[in-house]
Design a protein around this ligand. Structure first.
Ligand SMILES: NC(=O)C1=CN([C@@H]2O[C@H](COP(=O)(O)OP(=O)(O)OC[C@H]3O[C@@H](n4cnc5c(N)ncnc54)[C@H](OP(=O)(O)O)[C@@H]3O)[C@@H](O)[C@H]2O)C=CC1
Ligand SMILES: O=C(CO)COP(=O)(O)O
Length: 297
């Protein structure tokens, strides 16, 4: 919807039965500049493709369709770590499409806000600086302001890890543990995010930017966030709609595996993984986090 301000857009979906009003984005009717198709080959005529799939669906999608995508400029919006490969979306894309230029578009941005034309700032990450600059210009609009970086690992890890911490923040609020505890989770969660990202080659300043701290702040404080709402439901011991995409649940399990492999201390992510698996109660998770050995900040 936002990019149609810059020129014609082709939107591919596997099921287009919804016409111009997708129930995943209630209240938004697609503008006339958007052609909707369920023929992927019609959308892949373009040189620049934005892939807006959930992180756990991207690998399967690429296994089926990489042939049509290779050689293109591929921009992923997915915020997660693939559970089977333990990598972010950029590595999945680069492996499946070795001739493609791979980029990541991430940062604090609810789809509903962008579709309403509300001002939003994002990070466009591409290891190829010239390609990144071109994509930054192609994807910015008067209300969508993109900052660029070549630190792809930092940008995609910030987006993936903040979802895990947002679940923890939701648990705190859902369980009635208070705003002070939420601030502690956000701050210590950010320490965890920065620690793991540094071990995986990210630059600390990227984690402090829109894709890390910016998105962490948004997602931990807004009930618009599905990750936050899922955590709230866990904390309040209420059911949650399993059809809703909650990236942080699978990513917490991927992070737990990565952290174990790298001997990296990620206590909040570990608790979220166990809560999501149902192998720990909220009370036990809170007690575990509060009674760890005392340490320097
Ligand atoms: N929503 C948001 O505000 C934001 C989301 N993101 C990130 O973008 C990614 C996508 O999120 P979002 O769009 O909200 O997710 P949704 O679950 O709302 O939509 C996912 C879309 O991907 C399609 N899809 C899922 N699996 C497949 C598959 N195997 N093959 C083809 N299409 C598939 C779905 O099709 P169908 O409808 O047919 O199921 C749907 O169109 C996530 O990683 C999310 O974290 C980033 C910023 C903001
Ligand atoms: O990533 C998002 C906002 O930047 C969307 O968050 P949720 O997936 O938690 O709704």
């Amino acid at each position: 919807v936002a990019l149609s301000a810059n020129g014609p857009v082709t939107l591919w979906a596997r099921d287009t039965g919804w016409g111009r009003d997708n129930p995943r984005l209630p209240g938004v009717s697609l503008p006339g500049g958007i052609a909707v198709t369920d023929e992927l080959s019609a959308a892949t005529q373009a040189d620049m493709l934005v892939l807006a799939l959930p992180a756990q669906a991207l690998g399967g999608f690429l296994a089926d369709h990489a042939r049509l995508l290779d050689g293109k400029h591929l921009v992923s919006t997915a915020k997660g770590i693939d559970l089977t490969r333990l990598t972010g979306p950029s590595a999945l894309l680069a492996d499946a499409c070795p001739q493609a230029t791979v980029a990541v578009l991430t940062g604090p941005s609810f789809a509903a806000d962008i579709a309403r034309g509300l001002p939003t700032a994002l990070t466009l990450a591409c290891a190829d600086a010239d390609a990144g600059r071109a994509l930054q210009h192609a994807l910015s609009t008067p209300v969508l302001r993109l900052y660029r970086t070549t630190d792809v690992a930092g940008a995609e890890l910030g987006g993936a890890l903040k979802n895990v911490i947002a679940i923890a923040a939701g648990v705190v609020i859902g369980a009635g543990l208070g705003d002070s505890a939420r601030a502690a989770i956000i701050t210590r969660g950010f320490a965890e995010m920065t620690r793991l990202a540094a071990r995986l080659g990210a630059r600390p300043e990227t984690l402090s930017g829109l894709s890390g701290l910016g998105d962490l702040t948004l997602t931990c404080t807004s009930a618009q966030s599905r990750n936050f709402r899922y955590g709230q439901a866990l904390g309040a011991r209420q059911p949650f709609d399993t059809a809703t995409t909650v990236e942080g649940a699978a990513t917490a399990r991927a992070v737990a595996a990565l952290a174990a492999r790298m001997a990296c201390d990620m206590p909040i992510a570990a608790m979220v993984a166990r809560l999501a698996e149902g192998t720990m109660t909220v009370d036990d998770a809170a007690q575990h986090l509060m009674t760890r050995p005392l340490k320097e900040e």
